[in-house]
Design a binder for this molecule. Sequence first.
Ligand code: ADP
Length: 171
Amino acid sequence: MSTSLTLVQGDITEQSVDAVVNAANSSLMGGGGVDGAIHRRGGPDILAECRDLRASRYGRGLATGAAVATTAGRLPARWVIHTVGPVWSATEDRSALLASCHRESLRVADELGARTVAFPAISTGVYGWPMGDAARIAVETVRDTETTVEEVRFVLFDEAAYEAFATQLRP
Ligand code: ADP
């Protein structure tokens, strides 16, 4: 069965899905943007699990392009999949790392048995990735990834982000 790609303009913390992807940073200790919103709304259980991950498998933090799951706490989801996007660079092509975030998040989602997964526009906030290019990489990567996830929902905060993703989905 093929995966359907859908778009919503809104807040990722309000999505009723199996898994929500967090645009985390390598510390896994929270931050601004999507990360801040997820911890604020999801409550302290998420951070507690992130602390455990730091104390066990991820003593040096989560690598850029990697992904790991925790509980979703009080969010209307079962899991949060934390992934660390690359900071955008004008001099170095880091696209492979941004693609890796999407591929690795789907791999973790498959391991969990998640059927519906919501993604934010990873790296397009404080990490500065141009929205149109991020949308192209996100959509191409999800389309090219073999996964048992049935719906990948991109949740875009504003109209410009929504339009950038809609452009990529148009045939
Ligand atoms: P990064 O550090 O990877 O750049 P950010 O969280 O700063 O991640 O931003 C990623 C994108 O998510 C930005 O386009 C931002 O506008 C958007 N965003 C911020 N908060 C939310 C939210 N609650 N739901 C969905 N998207 C959000």
